[in-house]
Write a protein that binds this ligand. Structure first.
Ligand code: ADP
Ligand code: MG
Length: 475
């Protein structure tokens, strides 16, 4: 059998897979493409400079072992980075070819060039002595890394946050965009980064601000005719943290000013940290040029914590509050509140309060009552009607269209998905599902379920639909 880049890399992957966490393997190794094998050098293509740095920092040893096994002591690894960059470091074992030397590898996305400066900002008016003016960071010291417990759901975001905190502006995670659902720790993590930076670099100016407040300030500055002061104020910040940037959607004026501030900070090696409740691809009514900048650095997701992480978060909270609770109570709460850490904490606080005000012992019974109050508010009854509503909303059609007799492909797919989820999430029979979703028979429903199964294993886009809808239906 001939040795090719692909075969060598596949063997390396087999070895690596056995030696690291599955999640890490998926994140850091699956996206790599083996490109070329020449003499004893294997060239691999990685999606970004960040990726390359991360591999170098965390996986260089295992890569070396794997590759040496395959190609012997003289093995070399060459990274090809898809994006344009200026990273100049060479490592003894590895070597990186900047994409500018490799016409074959094109950067994925065309960005507006960095030097597209606004002349007004080129020579910003600096208020004399402003450097000595102390800018309050607006950070909450309780939101620290120490209190931000690590789990699979947040490992990437947390590590990237730590990396940024130790070298603000000096990593390729700039901007660092933390995204995820409500109550999953975006604000906490954003503060933790700022708090840690303040601790390590007291001379740096850190500013935390919500996008909402930023917008308000901007509107005020326009009213008061001091828009330039507003801009200049933000341009002297070393680390700018903006929380909930999805709030900027549709606000073109604020986006525009933020764009200029962002460019200025970025060009001057200042760190920008953003949070959002959506991934950049899902953000709506945010200008393209701004979105493309959000993607320059790293977008790291905070996912729903798994059971173990929920338990440790609760235990940590109790420990800090000096309260003890039996394990079965903690586990009961962790088992029933899954998708929102704020609610998880809320339930435990309410439990402690109930027991101390009413001088009641904390029993499973009491835990049940408290949890029910929390879960009731968030958990909707999954009915076939509800499923049809969610699926129609997702595909931006109304329920009547979903139920109609049309054979248009996207409508048929939506209908089949509704049937599939009705089978999955309710106890209704095939016949009853069929009659409720556009008066079809049980065979049609059966066929729909099979089609969805097939498509989700062969069609990536379709699988995304199933995953998105599953998420929407399970909260
Ligand atoms: P978001 O901004 O994503 O809506 P927050 O940052 O406000 O969420 O977090 C909600 C609550 O959950 C906060 O009290 C926060 O301290 C807590 N929390 C979130 N993630 C963690 C974690 N990994 N460890 C400990 N507490 C957490
Ligand atoms: Mg928040």
């Amino acid at each position: 059998m001939s040795v090719t880049a692909q075969s060598v890399w596949n063997n390396c992957l087999d070895f690596i897979k056995d030696n690291i966490q599955p999640q890490a393997y998926k994140t850091w190794f699956e996206p790599i493409i083996a490109v070329k094998l020449a003499e004893n050098a294997l060239s691999i293509q990685v999606p970004s400079k960040f990726f390359y740095e991360w591999l170098e920092e965390h996986y260089v040893k295992i890569l070396k072992v794997a590759l040496t096994k395959e190609l012997g002591e003289t093995a070399k690894l060459v990274y090809i980075i898809k994006m344009e960059n200026t990273y100049g470091n060479k490592q003894p074992f590895t070597e990186k070819i900047p994409s500018s030397n490799r016409s074959a590898v094109k950067s994925q996305e065309v960005d507006i060039p960095l030097n597209n400066k606004n002349p007004e900002l080129r020579n910003p008016f600096i208020i004399p002595g402003i450097r000595n003016v102390k800018i309050e960071s607006q950070l909450n010291p309780n939101y620290s890394f120490e209190n931000f417990l690590e789990g699979d759901s947040n490992r990437l975001a947390r590590s990237a946050g730590l990396a940024v905190a130790s070298k603000p502006g000096g990593t390729s995670f700039n901007p660092l965009l933390i995204f995820g659902g409500v109550g999953l720790g975006k604000t906490h993590l954003a503060h933790a980064i700022g708090v840690d930076i303040k601790d390590k670099y007291p001379e740096k100016t850190v500013l935390y601000i919500s996008a909402e407040k930023f917008t308000q300030q901007y509107i005020d500055s326009v009213k008061k005719n001091n828009r330039n002061d507003f801009i200049h104020f933000y341009q002297i910040i070393d680390i700018l943290i903006i929380d909930d940037v999805q709030f900027l959607s549709g606000k073109t004026g604020t986006q525009d000013v933020f764009f200029h501030i962002f460019n200025h900070l970025h060009q001057n090696g200042k760190q920008v940290i953003l949070t959002s409740d959506k991934a950049p691809v899902d953000m709506q009514d945010i200008e393209q040029r701004l979105l493309s900048r959000f993607k320059w650095g790293l977008s790291a997701e905070l996912q729903s914590p798994d059971f173990e992480t929920r338990v440790s978060i609760l235990k940590n909270k109790l420990y800090r509050d000096g309260v003890e609770l039996p394990n079965d109570i903690i586990e009961y709460v962790a088992k029933h509140i899954k998708t929102n850490i704020r609610e998880l904490e809320g339930a435990i606080i309410s439990l402690i309060a109930q027991s101390s005000f009413n001088k009641k012992e904390v029993t499973i019974e009491l835990a049940k009552q408290v949890v029910e109050k929390f879960v009731k508010n968030t958990k909707r009854e999954v009915s076939i009607d509800y499923i049809q509503k969610i699926v129609s909303d997702y595909f931006q059609m109304d329920v009547d269209t979903l139920q109609s007799k049309t054979r248009k492909r996207h409508i048929v797919q939506a209908r089949q998905l509704a049937m599939f989820f009705a089978k999955k999430f309710t106890k209704a029979s095939l016949a009853s599902i069929g009659s409720q979703i556009g008066k079809r028979d049980h065979a049609t429903v059966l066929h729909a379920c099979k089609t969805v199964d097939n498509l989700s294993s062969t069609d990536k886009q379709f699988r995304k639909y199933v995953e998105d809808l599953t998420k929407k239906l399970s909260v």
